[in-house]
Design a protein around this ligand. Structure first.
Ligand SMILES: C[S@@+](CC[C@H](N)C(=O)[O-])C[C@H]1O[C@@H](n2cnc3c(N)ncnc32)[C@H](O)[C@@H]1O
Length: 190
């Protein structure tokens, strides 16, 4: 299934609700038709007392057709004030948003594109300086089909002198038609 499953969203929402200060800026790598981008926008607004002040979700999507559908879905959901779909290769989009001054430090990074890009894009976020102490990184599908290099990197603590990661593994409800491991990584220290 291509979309981030409801039970994983529920667990993720609980994590975001516990963040202090309240999360406002989220980058999503892999938006597809906008299901999770819309969910993130609604969740962040709810956490911020229904206000969209400073709330921003950047959903990055490679495929132009998918990006267009996602953008339309965001409009339909009434979230175009706080959710923006950025079409293109995620690495290019990350660099562009940083260069344009649209992003500085982000609160949440959600990784859900192709697993071969998980590690390189995480390291790019480090290099761009957009992660801060306390930024939460949530990655889907780390087990199946899996992103072994990404997991190994986090388990080894990251690059010396860079960010130190504190990883938590959450397992979602195994009942129902979908289940699986949900890996959740929180950046604890620089
Ligand atoms: C699993 S789907 C995303 C599902 C979405 N997060 C949801 O839950 O609704 C993965 C998407 O990532 C996109 N993608 C893959 N590699 C990408 C890249 N390097 N940059 C941007 N998007 C990418 C694919 O086109 C695909 O639409």
């Amino acid at each position: 299934m291509m979309v981030y499953q409801p039970e994983k969203l529920k667990v993720s929402k609980e994590i975001l609700e516990q963040m202090n200060p309240k999360p406002k800026v989220l980058i999503e790598l892999g938006t597809y038709v906008g299901n999770s981008a819309v969910a993130w926008g609604a969740i962040l607004k709810e956490i911020n007392s229904g206000k969209s002040d400073g709330v921003k979700v950047y959903g990055m999507e490679l495929e132009p057709n998918m990006a267009k559908i996602a953008s339309d879905f965001v409009d339909l959901a009434g979230l175009s004030d706080c959710v923006e779909v950025v079409q293109g290769q995620s690495s290019d989009s990350l660099r562009k948003l940083k260069q344009e001054g649209k992003i500085d430090k982000i609160d949440v990074l959600f990784i859900d594109h192709w697993e071969k890009f998980y590690l390189s894009d995480l390291q790019l976020c480090e290099d761009l300086g957009i992660l801060r102490k306390g930024t939460v990184v949530i990655a889907d599908n780390t087990d199946m089909p899996g992103a072994p290099d990404y997991l190994k990197y986090l388990e080894s603590g990251g690059r010396p002198g860079k960010i130190k990661y504190e990883s938590k593994i959450l397992v979602t409800d195994s009942k129902g038609p979908v289940s699986g491991h949900h890996k959740f990584h929180e950046i604890a220290l620089y």
